[in-house]
Design a protein around this ligand. Structure first.
Ligand SMILES: Cc1cc2nc3c(=O)[nH]c(=O)nc-3n(C[C@H](O)[C@H](O)[C@H](O)COP(=O)(O)O)c2cc1C
Length: 335
């Protein structure tokens, strides 16, 4: 069950989860305080979305063995809105009797789901049934979901997401937070199976000859920023954008967003479609305020005060990409 859960999508592949098995009959899901992103995710919102995705995959994997799971969220109380969820008990899972659950048809997609970050094919529409099932998934978790697929609206989102990425890249502390997590080449990825895996021949070659030093913060007008922005270009290819929003921004709403997001991604996988979050413009650090507001307004969420929890480009990847690395199951358990 937990071996499937740890395949969950999560920000920067930090894998911010600990499964505490020390109490008989229960699994306590703890947010690992050593695996947060305090600069780009200052209140741990995205980290809790990752924990929510872990939770949902655990529930689906248990159902595969016909075991139901009762999920008690934040049994010790939720972290304050502006605190980091360091070491918080996100949920306690109580397993039901064998035969207490029916299998979930999305189980088979758990090992097939990957966040493919290559270019997506142009001019290929998403199946209407997928859009409908995404909306149903959002509603099931008390959220709003939507898809943007017209060229004009997609152009606005492309402009905002590009600007947001440039802000993250040229703000020293947010760039360096990501830079410290970059694993460049197979050796570095194997040594630290988490973080941002960079394995393309171009990046490895630039890195090897010293043309790309992750610890040098790109500055406006520099050739290094130009190279960084060139790597953004494939992220502008898509058949559309999918988003999830919550009426408020409570901790349970963040966890629910993770549960809904991973189900939406599994539904896409079942339809052989791809989904890739672009989270920069959603981030809460002060320099991001402009793009964050612009994006909420572009999606019609500004007036009602809703919180945008996820934005992903969606479409059909043009190249196959295998799984991103994971830490071992043993390293996640407390026994
Ligand atoms: C809350 C959240 C935010 C994410 N934001 C981004 C992002 O901004 N850019 C990106 O390339 N991937 C993003 N991802 C995807 C992760 O990088 C990906 O899930 C992780 O590397 C694990 O890879 P996998 O999904 O292929 O298993 C995000 C995922 C989550 C859950």
């Amino acid at each position: 069950m937990l071996a499937h859960a740890l395949l969950a999508p999560n920000p920067h592949n930090r894998q911010p989860w600990i499964a505490d098995l020390r109490e008989a009959g229960r699994i306590h899901l703890i947010c690992d305080g050593e695996r947060l992103l305090p600069e780009t995710d200052p209140f741990g919102r995205q980290i809790l979305i990752g924990c929510g995705a872990f939770l949902e995959l655990a529930v689906i994997a248990a159902a595969q063995r016909r075991v139901s799971v009762r999920v008690d969220l934040f049994p010790g109380g939720a972290p304050a809105d502006q605190d980091l969820p360091k070491g918080s008990r996100v949920a306690t899972l109580l397993l039901g009797e064998p035969g207490s659950a029916a299998a979930d048809p999305l189980f088979a997609q758990i090992v097939r789901r990957h966040t493919r970050k290559t270019a997506y094919a142009g001019g290929r529409a998403l199946p209407g049934t997928l859009l409908g099932s995404w909306n149903d998934t959002a509603s099931h978790f008390g959220l709003r979901g939507g898809t943007v697929a017209t060229e004009a609206a997609m152009g606005t989102i492309r402009r905002i997401t590009r600007e947001a990425y440039e802000i993250e890249a040229t703000t020293a502390r947010t760039w360096l937070e990501s830079a410290r997590l970059m694993r460049i080449g197979p050796g570095a990825i194997a040594a630290n199976p988490d973080g941002i895996s960079l394995n393309s021949p171009t990046v490895r070659a630039f890195h090897a000859v010293g043309l790309f030093d992750p610890m040098v913060v790109p500055t406006k007008g520099s050739s290094s920023l130009q190279r960084v922005m060139e790597r953004w270009a494939p992220f502008e290819t898509a058949s559309g954008f999918f988003w999830l929003a919550s009426a408020d921004n409570t901790r349970p709403a963040q966890v629910a967003s993770g549960r809904a997001y991973v189900r939406a991604h599994l539904l896409a996988t079942a339809a052989d479609a791809d989904m890739h979050p672009l989270s920069q413009a959603l981030q809460e650090f002060p320099e991001m305020r402009g793009p964050r507001e612009a994006l909420r307004n572009a999606l019609g969420l500004g007036a009602e005060g809703a919180t945008l929890q996820m934005l992903s480009r969606v479409g059909f990847a043009t190249e196959p990409r295998g799984p991103s690395p994971r830490r071992s199951l043993e390293s996640v358990l407390r026994t």
